[in-house]
Design a binder for this molecule. Structure first.
Ligand SMILES: *Cc1c(COP(=O)(O)O)cnc(C)c1O
Length: 411
């Protein structure tokens, strides 16, 4: 960043500081990942200069002949990757994408069935503080108190009773596979629209490591920056009958100009995800998550649903005499980034809940294998069990720094 170093050392200084933070620590935030340099180069390109409101061949600005090609390439690659009938690649992020989905398909006040936030759902799935909960009439399903899993018979019971216009399947903090087919069957019984939000697991689906809802569901949204390892952004895939309404809802309904540099970076990420190495990556992400879960459970920590089928897990840390917020804080001191998380039926408050959420997408990109992941899990246990021993935390920090040096990020 030679030019930035001359024109704006302040910002360059901050970028350097953040880059170092990423290199020197272990990233276990389940929604994060490291994009390739190719993705970053596309993001840093002159495509950021362009305005291109509208769609391919129908723009409201001149000079879009190349942008049309960029968007067409992203769409073509996305269709190949997920096998979808139609895709809109313009949503600026996950929440705006979901807003566009509701906007396209239901009316304010309509009933929607989604997973409750503190049971693993997302804010945009009907939480009262979010636009979704304010505009639409959400009813929510939960996980089972004993198993920590979604009970499809319960979902069916609620669906038949409440008769929602739409059934939403998707999560931010649930470590088990969803039964897409069953969701679709239930929705068909009551004539509801099916909407899957695969923001967290899109990369695992693209890498063919877990089942895709695309063949079954009417609409599937996802962010592109989590396990999918692309730029910040989102896409909406749908069956042909919904295509027009979805496109109209994104533009002009919700947004103005798309971020063309991000569209180009998506095309790069889709290309990467189409390679055989990405399938190997997706498989390894899950292997690492399973190893981490097993290691933590061996140490006496409770994992919601007693394990994981994907990249993430929610860990109840309270048995070690510590809260989720405190665990997040001491893990940060040790050099491990996590995010505090509520657990289902959490007796504690959301700002200081009982759990932390961990994910293995980023460390797997960095090259961590099963053995290194096991070491990371041991550091987590060590940190939580010695959370008030400052000297011990400092020595763990040193060890983690050493481990990170073995896996250089940007060297
Ligand atoms: C992350 C996430 C989103 C929102 O993405 P943003 O880009 O942060 O708006 C939406 N849905 C689910 C399930 C998510 O996990």
């Amino acid at each position: 960043m030679k030019i930035l170093s001359q024109t704006d050392p302040d910002v360059l200084g901050l970028i350097s500081k953040e880059t170092k933070r990423q290199e020197d620590g272990i990233e276990l935030i389940a929604s994060e990942n490291y994009t390739s340099k190719a993705v970053m180069e596309a993001l840093g390109s002159p495509l950021t200069n362009k305005y291109s409101e509208g769609y391919i061949g129908k723009r409201y600005y001149g000079g879009n002949e190349v942008i049309d090609e960029v968007e067409a390439l992203a769409i073509e690659r996305c269709k190949k990757l997920f096998g979808c009938e139609h895709v809109n690649v313009q949503p600026l992020s996950g929440s705006p994408a979901n807003a566009a989905v509701y906007f396209a398909t239901i009316k304010p006040g309509d009933k929607v069935l989604g997973l409750q936030l503190d049971h693993g759902g997302h804010l945009s799935h009907g939480h009262p503080v979010n636009f979704s909960g304010m505009l639409y009439n959400f009813t929510q399903y939960q996980v089972d108190r004993e198993t920590g899993r979604i009970d499809m018979e319960k979902v069916r019971e609620i669906a038949l009773r409440e008769k929602p216009k739409m059934i939403l399947a998707g999560f931010s903090a649930y470590s088990r596979s969803l039964d897409w087919k069953k969701f679709k069957e239930i929705a068909d019984e009551i004539g509801a629209i099916t909407f899957a939000d695969i923001a967290h697991i899109a990369g695992l689906i693209a890498g063919k490591a877990i089942e895709s809802p695309v063949p079954y569901f009417d609409i599937v949204s996802t962010t592109t920056h989590k396990t999918l390892r692309g730029p910040r952004g989102a896409i909406i895939m749908c069956k042909e009958p919904f295509a027009k309404a979805i496109d109209k809802a994104v533009f002009p309904g919700m947004q103005g100009g798309p971020h063309d540099h991000a569209t180009a970076a998506m095309a790069v990420a889709f290309h990467e995800a189409l390679q055989p190495e990405f399938q190997a990556y997706a498989k390894k992400v899950i292997e690492n998550a399973k190893v981490m879960a097993a290691e933590l459970m061996d140490a006496g920590l409770k994992i919601i649903s007693d394990g994981t089928d994907n990249h993430l897990m929610v860990v109840d840390v309270t048995s070690k005499g510590i809260s989720g917020k405190e665990a997040e804080r001491v893990l940060d001191i040790a050099g491990i980034s996590t995010s505090r998380s509520t657990i289902p039926f959490d007796p504690r408050k959301p700002m200081d809940p009982s759990g932390v959420r961990l994910g293995t997408a980023a460390i797997t990109t960095r090259g961590f294998d099963v053995a290194s992941t096991r070491i990371v899990a041991k550091f987590i246990v060590d940190t939580i069990e010695n959370h008030s021993d400052e000297a011990k935390l400092k020595s763990i920090r040193e060890n983690i720094l050493e481990l990170c040096r073995k896996y250089p990020l940007y060297a």
